[in-house]
Write a protein that binds this ligand. Structure first.
Ligand SMILES: Cc1cc2nc3c(=O)[nH]c(=O)nc-3n(C[C@H](O)[C@H](O)[C@H](O)COP(=O)(O)OP(=O)(O)OC[C@H]3O[C@@H](n4cnc5c(N)ncnc54)[C@H](O)[C@@H]3O)c2cc1C
Length: 384
């Protein structure tokens, strides 16, 4: 399985080990320890920084993709994609608060947090994690939870993938998959500043049930998400598509929302204060994506799990095929941001990445890394 981002598809691994069991993972890690060959796990292959690509050994977890439900808990193989997770849970009338891309991997997403349409109501994907099975770099397979290896379990919830060991199984407390209102509203691009001003007032403080995501492209302004769009309808959208449907269908309906094709550069940051209208950049052929935070995301204290970003109002992603535009507009807006960056949107261009990803949790993460992974077998340019 190749990485999803075209920019990393030329990186040819020495070997791809298709892992079916923790034993397969441990054997490959032993080989890497003995030979010094670089090794990295791959789930869905969506890492923005190419961390699941290497000229060494790729541990392909995709064969481990079972989804089962017992006693209200969902056990999911670490190689499952979000489409497999949603379909497997929907058979039980359940779902998870998780992302939109159907081929995104559940492990990569969960280990870095996990933002999605149900997140303002139920929190991050990692906030629903109750246990994990991990193969440590020394080859031991261990289970962790709040009661077993609690420091490792704390660190797995939000520090980002590939840092402490190779996760082979994840156990979640899922949520009901209820019929949900889906909306997609559009306005002409000329109204972008006005819509953004209202969005910044409304979306981060909206009722938990409403997740309203804003996309500003060269063509138009799009507001899409789950819940009742209420106040946004007062802004006289040019088009409004609103309907209630099974949750799994709502997710599928947003599978192909991205307009950008080709080699896309993406950078992002979190915000706690509104962006002044005058600072809104033009987006010729590019995109600005605004994700609301607040709600349940921010009701978990920053030190309760490794995911430290619990006081943010929204996330802005600058994405485009024009890398100069992405760098320029990111730099222009950065002074208004909180300086924090979502670990699942890793950014190779950050000057001081670790405080941006981990804030005040950085010191504890370093101690846990030294305890579970002293040898530095799993490593990448911005790893702990
Ligand atoms: C098209 C697209 C849509 C996205 N949509 C969303 C979204 O809606 N919400 C959101 O929050 N994020 C989203 N993301 C970001 C996504 O959460 C991250 O890219 C995530 O890390 C992807 O996980 P993966 O398994 O697909 O990627 P991979 O590249 O396979 O892995 C990502 C990182 O995790 C490590 N890793 C993978 N598997 C394991 C494992 N089993 N054990 C230990 N480490 C592991 C890898 O080594 C790598 O460092 C999106 C990204 C893309 C490209």
């Amino acid at each position: 399985m190749r990485p999803v981002l075209p920019r990393y598809q030329h990186i040819r691994p020495l070997a791809v080990v298709r892992c079916h069991t923790p034993h397969d993972v441990a054997n490959a890690l032993a080989h890497a320890r003995e030979t010094g060959v670089h090794i990295t796990p791959r789930g869905g292959g969506h890492c923005f920084a190419g961390r699941s690509s290497t000229t060494g050994i790729v541990l392909d977890l995709s064969p481990v993709n079972d989804v089962s439900v017992h006693d209200g808990l969902a056990t999911i193989g670490a190689g499952a994609t979000l489409a497999e997770v949603y379909a497997g849970l929907d058979r039980h009338g359940l779902t998870l608060p998780a992302g939109c891309g159907p081929t995104v991997g559940i492990a990569g997403l969960t280990l870095g947090g996990g933002l999605g349409l149900l997140g303002r109501r139920y929190g991050l994907t990692s906030d629903r994690l109750r246990a994990a099975q991990v193969v440590l770099p020394d080859g031991r397979t261990i289970d962790c939870s709040d009661d077993q290896e609690p420091d490792l379990f704390w660190a797995l919830r939000g520090a980002g993938g590939g840092q402490f060991g190779v996760v082979t199984k994840l156990t979640f407390e899922p949520v009901p998959a209820e019929p949900t209102t889906r909306f997609l509203l559009t306005w002409p691009r000329s109204r972008a500043a006005e819509i953004l001003r209202k969005w910044q007032e409304i979306a981060p403080d909206a009722p938990d049930e409403l997740s309203a995501n804003l996309k500003i492209s060269a063509r138009e302004v799009t507001l899409f998400g789950a819940g009742t769009p209420g106040d946004f309808l007062d802004l006289a959208p040019a088009t409004a598509d609103i309907g209630t449907m099974p949750y799994v269908e709502l997710k599928q309906s947003f599978d192909d929302l991205g307009d950008l094709a080709g080699e896309v550069t993406s950078r992002s940051h979190f915000f706690r204060r509104p962006i002044p209208a005058a600072a809104l950049p033009d987006a010729p052929g590019q995109e600005l994506n605004f994700t609301p935070m607040g709600g349940a995301y921010n009701r978990t204290p920053p030190a309760a799990t490794a995911f430290v970003h619990r006081a943010e109002r929204f996330l802005v992603e600058h994405a485009g095929t024009d890398a100069d535009w992405v760098h320029r507009t990111w730099t222009d807006l950065h002074e208004h941001s909180s300086g924090r960056v979502y670990p699942n949107f890793p950014d190779p261009f950050l000057d001081d990445p670790l405080p941006a990803y981990h804030g005040e949790n950085l010191q504890r993460l370093g101690e846990i890394k030294r305890h579970y992974h002293p040898a530095g077998l799993l490593r990448f340019p911005q790893s702990l």
